[in-house]
Design a protein around this ligand. Structure first.
Ligand SMILES: Cc1cc2nc3c(=O)[nH]c(=O)nc-3n(C[C@H](O)[C@H](O)[C@H](O)COP(=O)(O)OP(=O)(O)OC[C@H]3O[C@@H](n4cnc5c(N)ncnc54)[C@H](O)[C@@H]3O)c2cc1C
Length: 416
Protein backbone atom coordinates (compact mmCIF):
# COMPACT_ATOMS: atom_id res chain seq x y z
CA UNK A 1 0.00 0.00 0.00
CA UNK A 2 1.56 3.27 -1.15
CA UNK A 3 0.42 6.57 0.34
CA UNK A 4 -0.43 9.42 -2.03
CA UNK A 5 -2.87 12.31 -2.33
CA UNK A 6 -4.83 10.23 -4.84
CA UNK A 7 -5.12 7.35 -2.32
CA UNK A 8 -6.44 9.70 0.40
CA UNK A 9 -9.14 11.08 -1.93
CA UNK A 10 -10.09 7.60 -3.15
CA UNK A 11 -10.42 6.25 0.41
CA UNK A 12 -12.46 9.30 1.47
CA UNK A 13 -14.93 8.59 -1.33
CA UNK A 14 -15.14 4.82 -0.73
CA UNK A 15 -15.70 4.63 3.02
CA UNK A 16 -12.05 4.11 4.06
CA UNK A 17 -12.25 0.36 3.48
CA UNK A 18 -8.96 0.08 1.59
CA UNK A 19 -6.50 0.97 4.37
CA UNK A 20 -4.40 -1.94 5.59
CA UNK A 21 -2.27 -2.42 8.74
CA UNK A 22 1.09 -0.68 8.37
CA UNK A 23 3.07 -3.80 9.25
CA UNK A 24 2.45 -7.55 9.60
CA UNK A 25 2.22 -9.42 12.89
CA UNK A 26 4.36 -12.49 12.08
CA UNK A 27 5.16 -15.43 14.35
CA UNK A 28 8.82 -15.58 15.43
CA UNK A 29 11.08 -17.78 13.26
CA UNK A 30 13.62 -20.08 14.91
CA UNK A 31 16.64 -18.21 13.51
CA UNK A 32 17.44 -14.83 11.95
CA UNK A 33 20.67 -13.50 10.44
CA UNK A 34 20.31 -10.31 12.48
CA UNK A 35 18.17 -9.59 15.54
CA UNK A 36 17.64 -6.03 16.75
CA UNK A 37 16.56 -5.82 20.39
CA UNK A 38 14.29 -2.79 20.96
CA UNK A 39 11.57 -1.51 18.64
CA UNK A 40 12.10 2.18 19.32
CA UNK A 41 13.19 4.70 16.71
CA UNK A 42 16.81 3.52 16.66
CA UNK A 43 16.00 -0.19 16.43
CA UNK A 44 13.46 0.29 13.65
CA UNK A 45 15.68 2.71 11.69
CA UNK A 46 18.53 0.19 11.98
CA UNK A 47 16.35 -2.63 10.64
CA UNK A 48 15.17 -0.41 7.78
CA UNK A 49 18.71 0.54 6.75
CA UNK A 50 19.98 -3.03 7.10
CA UNK A 51 17.37 -4.11 4.55
CA UNK A 52 17.08 -1.02 2.36
CA UNK A 53 20.63 0.36 2.32
CA UNK A 54 22.90 -2.60 3.10
CA UNK A 55 20.99 -5.41 1.35
CA UNK A 56 20.68 -7.64 4.43
CA UNK A 57 17.89 -10.20 4.82
CA UNK A 58 16.34 -12.40 7.53
CA UNK A 59 16.11 -9.58 10.08
CA UNK A 60 13.84 -9.30 13.14
CA UNK A 61 13.11 -6.46 15.56
CA UNK A 62 12.14 -7.70 19.04
CA UNK A 63 10.09 -5.24 21.10
CA UNK A 64 8.97 -6.04 24.62
CA UNK A 65 5.90 -3.78 24.44
CA UNK A 66 4.31 -1.95 21.50
CA UNK A 67 5.96 0.22 18.85
CA UNK A 68 6.10 3.82 19.98
CA UNK A 69 5.70 2.99 23.69
CA UNK A 70 9.26 3.99 24.59
CA UNK A 71 11.07 7.29 24.23
CA UNK A 72 10.41 7.52 20.50
CA UNK A 73 6.79 8.31 21.36
CA UNK A 74 7.55 10.34 24.49
CA UNK A 75 10.03 12.99 23.39
CA UNK A 76 9.53 16.69 22.68
CA UNK A 77 10.18 16.09 18.95
CA UNK A 78 13.10 18.50 18.44
CA UNK A 79 15.53 17.78 15.62
CA UNK A 80 18.71 19.83 15.12
CA UNK A 81 22.43 19.59 14.39
CA UNK A 82 23.84 22.41 16.51
CA UNK A 83 26.70 20.58 18.23
CA UNK A 84 30.27 21.78 18.81
CA UNK A 85 32.74 18.90 18.99
CA UNK A 86 34.23 17.14 15.94
CA UNK A 87 33.14 13.74 17.31
CA UNK A 88 29.51 14.89 17.35
CA UNK A 89 28.74 17.62 14.81
CA UNK A 90 29.37 15.65 11.56
CA UNK A 91 27.17 12.80 12.87
CA UNK A 92 24.26 15.08 13.80
CA UNK A 93 24.53 16.99 10.51
CA UNK A 94 24.44 13.64 8.68
CA UNK A 95 21.26 12.91 10.63
CA UNK A 96 19.79 16.31 9.70
CA UNK A 97 20.39 15.58 6.02
CA UNK A 98 18.71 12.18 6.39
CA UNK A 99 15.69 13.86 8.03
CA UNK A 100 15.41 16.06 4.94
CA UNK A 101 14.91 13.06 2.64
CA UNK A 102 13.37 10.58 5.08
CA UNK A 103 9.69 11.05 4.30
CA UNK A 104 10.24 10.54 0.58
CA UNK A 105 12.41 7.48 1.23
CA UNK A 106 9.82 5.94 3.58
CA UNK A 107 6.75 7.17 1.66
CA UNK A 108 5.37 8.28 5.02
CA UNK A 109 4.34 11.67 6.40
CA UNK A 110 6.32 12.03 9.63
CA UNK A 111 5.49 15.76 9.74
CA UNK A 112 9.14 16.83 9.53
CA UNK A 113 8.93 20.60 9.89
CA UNK A 114 12.08 22.70 9.52
CA UNK A 115 10.78 25.62 11.53
CA UNK A 116 14.16 26.46 13.12
CA UNK A 117 15.69 26.39 16.58
CA UNK A 118 16.77 29.50 18.45
CA UNK A 119 19.16 29.10 21.40
CA UNK A 120 19.05 32.28 23.48
CA UNK A 121 22.11 33.80 25.14
CA UNK A 122 21.98 36.02 28.19
CA UNK A 123 25.63 37.00 28.80
CA UNK A 124 28.55 38.16 26.65
CA UNK A 125 30.47 34.96 27.46
CA UNK A 126 27.54 32.86 26.35
CA UNK A 127 27.33 34.79 23.07
CA UNK A 128 31.06 34.11 22.47
CA UNK A 129 30.46 30.40 23.10
CA UNK A 130 27.55 30.43 20.65
CA UNK A 131 29.67 32.19 18.03
CA UNK A 132 32.27 29.42 18.40
CA UNK A 133 29.59 26.73 18.18
CA UNK A 134 28.06 28.37 15.09
CA UNK A 135 31.48 28.45 13.38
CA UNK A 136 32.00 24.75 14.18
CA UNK A 137 28.59 24.01 12.67
CA UNK A 138 29.42 25.94 9.49
CA UNK A 139 32.73 24.07 9.18
CA UNK A 140 30.81 20.77 9.31
CA UNK A 141 28.46 21.88 6.55
CA UNK A 142 25.51 22.81 8.79
CA UNK A 143 23.75 26.19 8.81
CA UNK A 144 24.04 28.67 11.66
CA UNK A 145 23.26 32.36 12.20
CA UNK A 146 24.06 34.58 15.15
CA UNK A 147 21.18 36.96 15.93
CA UNK A 148 21.50 40.12 17.97
CA UNK A 149 18.83 41.26 20.39
CA UNK A 150 16.79 43.02 17.68
CA UNK A 151 16.97 39.93 15.47
CA UNK A 152 15.56 37.82 18.30
CA UNK A 153 12.88 40.42 19.04
CA UNK A 154 11.75 40.38 15.42
CA UNK A 155 11.28 36.59 15.62
CA UNK A 156 9.83 36.27 19.10
CA UNK A 157 8.57 39.62 20.47
CA UNK A 158 6.76 37.90 23.36
CA UNK A 159 9.99 36.91 25.17
CA UNK A 160 10.97 38.70 28.36
CA UNK A 161 13.86 40.80 27.02
CA UNK A 162 14.30 43.04 30.03
CA UNK A 163 14.27 40.46 32.78
CA UNK A 164 16.85 42.10 35.04
CA UNK A 165 18.42 38.79 35.95
CA UNK A 166 18.44 37.13 32.49
CA UNK A 167 18.38 39.88 29.81
CA UNK A 168 18.32 38.40 26.30
CA UNK A 169 21.48 39.38 24.43
CA UNK A 170 20.90 37.45 21.21
CA UNK A 171 20.69 33.90 19.97
CA UNK A 172 22.13 31.17 17.79
CA UNK A 173 19.66 30.24 15.07
CA UNK A 174 19.65 27.06 13.00
CA UNK A 175 16.90 27.48 10.41
CA UNK A 176 17.05 23.87 9.11
CA UNK A 177 16.32 22.47 12.58
CA UNK A 178 12.75 21.94 13.73
CA UNK A 179 10.37 19.21 14.81
CA UNK A 180 8.92 15.90 13.56
CA UNK A 181 6.00 13.82 14.71
CA UNK A 182 7.75 11.41 17.10
CA UNK A 183 5.57 8.27 16.92
CA UNK A 184 5.04 8.86 13.20
CA UNK A 185 8.77 8.33 12.79
CA UNK A 186 8.50 4.90 14.44
CA UNK A 187 5.52 3.97 12.29
CA UNK A 188 7.23 5.15 9.10
CA UNK A 189 10.39 3.13 9.72
CA UNK A 190 8.35 0.09 10.87
CA UNK A 191 6.21 0.12 7.75
CA UNK A 192 9.17 0.56 5.40
CA UNK A 193 11.18 -2.17 7.17
CA UNK A 194 8.22 -4.55 7.11
CA UNK A 195 7.78 -3.94 3.37
CA UNK A 196 11.39 -5.11 2.93
CA UNK A 197 10.75 -8.35 4.80
CA UNK A 198 11.80 -7.41 8.35
CA UNK A 199 9.79 -9.30 11.00
CA UNK A 200 8.60 -6.91 13.71
CA UNK A 201 7.77 -8.91 16.83
CA UNK A 202 5.88 -6.94 19.46
CA UNK A 203 5.25 -8.26 22.99
CA UNK A 204 8.53 -10.15 22.65
CA UNK A 205 10.80 -9.29 25.57
CA UNK A 206 14.42 -10.38 25.50
CA UNK A 207 15.14 -12.07 28.83
CA UNK A 208 18.65 -13.37 28.21
CA UNK A 209 21.46 -13.94 25.71
CA UNK A 210 22.82 -17.33 24.71
CA UNK A 211 26.59 -16.89 24.50
CA UNK A 212 28.93 -19.81 23.69
CA UNK A 213 32.73 -19.51 23.63
CA UNK A 214 32.51 -15.71 23.55
CA UNK A 215 30.08 -15.62 20.60
CA UNK A 216 26.41 -14.73 20.74
CA UNK A 217 24.17 -17.49 19.38
CA UNK A 218 20.71 -16.08 20.03
CA UNK A 219 18.34 -14.60 22.57
CA UNK A 220 15.91 -15.99 25.14
CA UNK A 221 12.58 -14.21 24.88
CA UNK A 222 9.11 -14.22 26.39
CA UNK A 223 8.08 -15.99 23.15
CA UNK A 224 10.82 -18.63 23.28
CA UNK A 225 14.45 -18.96 22.17
CA UNK A 226 15.39 -17.32 18.84
CA UNK A 227 18.76 -18.00 17.21
CA UNK A 228 20.75 -15.21 15.53
CA UNK A 229 23.94 -14.65 13.56
CA UNK A 230 24.31 -11.15 15.00
CA UNK A 231 22.44 -9.24 17.70
CA UNK A 232 22.19 -5.43 17.92
CA UNK A 233 20.86 -3.93 21.16
CA UNK A 234 19.06 -0.55 20.96
CA UNK A 235 16.91 -0.34 24.09
CA UNK A 236 17.60 3.26 25.21
CA UNK A 237 16.59 3.64 28.90
CA UNK A 238 16.83 -0.14 29.44
CA UNK A 239 20.45 -0.34 28.21
CA UNK A 240 21.95 -1.15 31.61
CA UNK A 241 19.42 -3.86 32.40
CA UNK A 242 19.63 -5.58 29.00
CA UNK A 243 23.43 -5.50 28.65
CA UNK A 244 23.74 -6.83 32.21
CA UNK A 245 22.18 -10.04 30.84
CA UNK A 246 25.24 -10.32 28.58
CA UNK A 247 27.53 -9.76 31.57
CA UNK A 248 28.33 -6.13 30.79
CA UNK A 249 28.33 -3.06 33.02
CA UNK A 250 27.90 0.16 31.03
CA UNK A 251 29.02 3.75 31.71
CA UNK A 252 25.33 4.69 31.62
CA UNK A 253 22.75 5.78 34.23
CA UNK A 254 18.99 5.73 33.69
CA UNK A 255 17.12 8.92 34.60
CA UNK A 256 13.56 10.17 34.08
CA UNK A 257 12.90 13.10 31.74
CA UNK A 258 9.47 14.74 31.67
CA UNK A 259 7.58 16.47 28.85
CA UNK A 260 4.59 18.82 29.02
CA UNK A 261 1.86 19.93 26.61
CA UNK A 262 -0.49 22.87 27.15
CA UNK A 263 -4.01 23.32 25.86
CA UNK A 264 -4.26 24.28 22.18
CA UNK A 265 -3.49 27.94 21.50
CA UNK A 266 -3.37 30.10 18.39
CA UNK A 267 0.01 29.94 16.59
CA UNK A 268 2.52 32.02 18.52
CA UNK A 269 5.87 30.20 18.82
CA UNK A 270 7.64 30.39 15.43
CA UNK A 271 9.97 27.40 15.94
CA UNK A 272 11.85 25.85 18.84
CA UNK A 273 13.16 28.28 21.48
CA UNK A 274 15.56 27.38 24.27
CA UNK A 275 16.27 29.41 27.40
CA UNK A 276 20.00 29.97 27.95
CA UNK A 277 19.90 30.79 31.66
CA UNK A 278 18.03 27.73 32.81
CA UNK A 279 16.81 24.49 31.32
CA UNK A 280 13.62 25.17 29.38
CA UNK A 281 12.74 24.59 25.72
CA UNK A 282 9.45 25.12 23.93
CA UNK A 283 7.82 24.66 20.54
CA UNK A 284 4.20 24.62 19.38
CA UNK A 285 2.56 21.57 17.87
CA UNK A 286 0.36 21.71 14.77
CA UNK A 287 -2.65 21.25 17.07
CA UNK A 288 -1.63 24.41 18.95
CA UNK A 289 -0.31 22.88 22.19
CA UNK A 290 2.87 24.35 23.63
CA UNK A 291 5.28 21.41 23.91
CA UNK A 292 7.97 22.01 26.50
CA UNK A 293 10.43 20.43 28.88
CA UNK A 294 13.52 20.98 31.00
CA UNK A 295 15.89 19.04 33.24
CA UNK A 296 15.95 15.35 34.02
CA UNK A 297 14.69 14.32 37.46
CA UNK A 298 17.88 14.13 39.50
CA UNK A 299 17.99 10.47 40.55
CA UNK A 300 18.29 7.07 38.89
CA UNK A 301 15.00 5.44 37.93
CA UNK A 302 13.27 3.13 35.45
CA UNK A 303 9.84 4.69 36.09
CA UNK A 304 8.13 6.36 33.12
CA UNK A 305 6.74 9.14 35.28
CA UNK A 306 8.28 12.19 36.91
CA UNK A 307 8.15 14.20 40.11
CA UNK A 308 6.79 17.59 41.12
CA UNK A 309 10.05 19.48 41.97
CA UNK A 310 11.10 19.27 38.31
CA UNK A 311 7.62 20.38 37.20
CA UNK A 312 8.11 23.47 39.33
CA UNK A 313 11.62 24.04 37.94
CA UNK A 314 10.40 23.77 34.33
CA UNK A 315 7.48 26.12 35.05
CA UNK A 316 9.88 28.66 36.59
CA UNK A 317 12.08 28.52 33.49
CA UNK A 318 9.04 29.08 31.28
CA UNK A 319 7.83 32.01 33.36
CA UNK A 320 11.27 33.66 33.36
CA UNK A 321 11.52 33.37 29.58
CA UNK A 322 7.97 34.12 28.45
CA UNK A 323 5.62 35.21 31.26
CA UNK A 324 2.57 34.78 29.00
CA UNK A 325 2.93 31.01 29.43
CA UNK A 326 1.48 31.50 32.93
CA UNK A 327 -1.95 31.99 31.33
CA UNK A 328 -1.87 28.64 29.50
CA UNK A 329 -3.35 25.54 31.13
CA UNK A 330 -1.32 22.34 31.24
CA UNK A 331 -3.05 19.54 29.38
CA UNK A 332 -0.73 16.55 29.67
CA UNK A 333 2.65 15.51 31.07
CA UNK A 334 4.59 12.26 31.05
CA UNK A 335 8.06 10.81 31.59
CA UNK A 336 10.52 8.65 29.68
CA UNK A 337 13.64 6.80 30.81
CA UNK A 338 16.87 8.30 29.49
CA UNK A 339 20.12 6.38 28.95
CA UNK A 340 22.51 9.05 30.25
CA UNK A 341 26.13 8.33 29.30
CA UNK A 342 29.03 9.64 31.35
CA UNK A 343 30.13 12.28 28.81
CA UNK A 344 26.74 13.12 27.32
CA UNK A 345 27.55 11.48 23.97
CA UNK A 346 26.28 8.17 22.58
CA UNK A 347 27.87 4.75 22.14
CA UNK A 348 27.64 2.83 18.84
CA UNK A 349 30.04 -0.06 18.94
CA UNK A 350 30.75 -3.77 18.91
CA UNK A 351 31.21 -5.44 22.31
CA UNK A 352 33.62 -8.00 23.76
CA UNK A 353 31.12 -10.71 22.79
CA UNK A 354 31.50 -11.67 19.12
CA UNK A 355 28.36 -10.81 17.14
CA UNK A 356 26.88 -8.61 19.89
CA UNK A 357 26.64 -4.89 19.13
CA UNK A 358 25.46 -1.99 21.28
CA UNK A 359 23.66 1.27 20.48
CA UNK A 360 22.82 3.58 23.41
CA UNK A 361 23.77 6.43 25.73
CA UNK A 362 21.66 8.91 23.76
CA UNK A 363 20.81 10.95 26.85
CA UNK A 364 17.90 13.23 26.01
CA UNK A 365 19.08 13.92 22.47
CA UNK A 366 18.45 10.66 20.69
CA UNK A 367 15.33 11.55 18.71
CA UNK A 368 17.16 13.87 16.34
CA UNK A 369 19.79 11.15 15.93
CA UNK A 370 17.30 8.47 14.86
CA UNK A 371 18.01 8.44 11.08
CA UNK A 372 21.82 8.58 11.41
CA UNK A 373 21.87 6.17 14.34
CA UNK A 374 19.89 3.67 12.26
CA UNK A 375 22.14 4.17 9.25
CA UNK A 376 25.41 3.98 11.19
CA UNK A 377 24.36 1.02 13.38
CA UNK A 378 23.25 -0.85 10.26
CA UNK A 379 26.62 0.02 8.65
CA UNK A 380 28.43 -1.41 11.69
CA UNK A 381 26.29 -4.58 11.79
CA UNK A 382 26.52 -5.20 8.05
CA UNK A 383 30.18 -4.33 7.39
CA UNK A 384 31.79 -4.77 10.81
CA UNK A 385 33.27 -1.26 10.48
CA UNK A 386 32.03 2.00 12.04
CA UNK A 387 30.57 4.63 9.73
CA UNK A 388 32.95 7.59 9.44
CA UNK A 389 30.57 9.99 11.23
CA UNK A 390 30.10 7.63 14.18
CA UNK A 391 33.70 6.48 14.55
CA UNK A 392 34.21 8.36 17.82
CA UNK A 393 31.31 6.64 19.59
CA UNK A 394 33.46 3.83 20.98
CA UNK A 395 32.56 2.00 24.17
CA UNK A 396 36.17 1.97 25.40
CA UNK A 397 36.61 5.75 25.12
CA UNK A 398 35.90 6.14 28.83
CA UNK A 399 38.79 3.82 29.68
CA UNK A 400 41.07 5.47 27.10
CA UNK A 401 40.21 8.99 28.25
CA UNK A 402 38.92 10.00 24.79
CA UNK A 403 35.56 11.23 26.07
CA UNK A 404 33.35 13.47 23.90
CA UNK A 405 32.41 15.91 26.61
CA UNK A 406 30.19 18.23 24.55
CA UNK A 407 29.20 20.41 27.50
CA UNK A 408 32.39 20.05 29.48
CA UNK A 409 30.66 18.90 32.63
CA UNK A 410 32.14 15.42 32.84
CA UNK A 411 30.48 12.44 34.43
CA UNK A 412 27.49 14.35 35.79
CA UNK A 413 24.42 13.22 33.84
CA UNK A 414 22.20 15.72 35.64
CA UNK A 415 24.22 18.54 34.05
CA UNK A 416 24.56 17.32 30.46
C1 LIG B 1 10.41 13.57 27.66
C2 LIG B 1 11.49 13.35 26.63
C3 LIG B 1 11.81 14.38 25.76
C4 LIG B 1 12.79 14.19 24.79
N1 LIG B 1 13.00 15.17 23.87
C5 LIG B 1 13.88 14.98 22.85
C6 LIG B 1 14.00 15.95 21.83
O1 LIG B 1 13.28 16.95 21.80
N2 LIG B 1 14.92 15.73 20.85
C7 LIG B 1 15.72 14.64 20.85
O2 LIG B 1 16.56 14.52 19.96
N3 LIG B 1 15.58 13.65 21.78
C8 LIG B 1 14.67 13.80 22.77
N4 LIG B 1 14.49 12.81 23.72
C9 LIG B 1 15.36 11.62 23.67
C10 LIG B 1 14.89 10.58 22.68
O3 LIG B 1 13.51 10.38 22.76
C11 LIG B 1 15.64 9.27 22.95
O4 LIG B 1 17.03 9.50 23.07
C12 LIG B 1 15.43 8.24 21.84
O5 LIG B 1 14.07 8.16 21.49
C13 LIG B 1 15.96 6.88 22.29
O6 LIG B 1 15.99 5.94 21.26
P1 LIG B 1 14.75 4.98 20.87
O7 LIG B 1 13.76 5.76 20.10
O8 LIG B 1 15.29 3.81 20.18
O9 LIG B 1 14.18 4.60 22.31
P2 LIG B 1 12.85 3.84 22.74
O10 LIG B 1 11.67 4.31 21.96
O11 LIG B 1 12.76 3.95 24.23
O12 LIG B 1 13.14 2.36 22.28
C14 LIG B 1 13.73 1.36 23.08
C15 LIG B 1 12.79 0.17 23.06
O13 LIG B 1 13.43 -0.95 23.65
C16 LIG B 1 12.41 -1.73 24.24
N5 LIG B 1 13.00 -2.67 25.17
C17 LIG B 1 13.56 -2.42 26.38
N6 LIG B 1 13.97 -3.56 26.95
C18 LIG B 1 13.67 -4.56 26.09
C19 LIG B 1 13.84 -5.97 26.13
N7 LIG B 1 14.40 -6.58 27.17
N8 LIG B 1 13.41 -6.70 25.06
C20 LIG B 1 12.84 -6.11 23.98
N9 LIG B 1 12.64 -4.78 23.92
C21 LIG B 1 13.06 -4.02 24.96
C22 LIG B 1 11.51 -0.70 24.90
O14 LIG B 1 10.21 -1.21 25.16
C23 LIG B 1 11.52 0.42 23.87
O15 LIG B 1 10.39 0.37 23.01
C24 LIG B 1 13.51 12.96 24.71
C25 LIG B 1 13.16 11.92 25.58
C26 LIG B 1 12.14 12.10 26.53
C27 LIG B 1 11.76 10.97 27.44
Amino acid sequence: MRFSGFKVVKEALTGHRGWKPLWRDPAPQTHYDIIIVGGGGHGLATAYHLAATFGQARIAVLEKGWLGGGNIGRNTTIIRSNYLLPGNEPFYEFSMKLWESMEQALNFNAMVSQRGILNLCHTDAQRDAFRRRGNAMLLAGADAELLDRDGVRAMAPFLNFDNARFPIKGGLLQRRAGTARHDGVAWGYARAADQRGVDILQNCEVTGFRIENGTVKGVETSRGYIGAGKVGVAVAGSSGRVMQMAGMRLPIESHVLQAFVSEGLKPVIPGVITFGAGHFYVSQSDKGGLVFGGDIDGYNSYAQRGNLPVVEDVAEGGMALMPMIGRARLLRMWGGVMDMSMDGSPILDRTDVDGLFFNGGWCYGGFKATPASGYCFAHLLATGRPHETAAAYRLDRFARGHVIDEKGVGAQPNLH
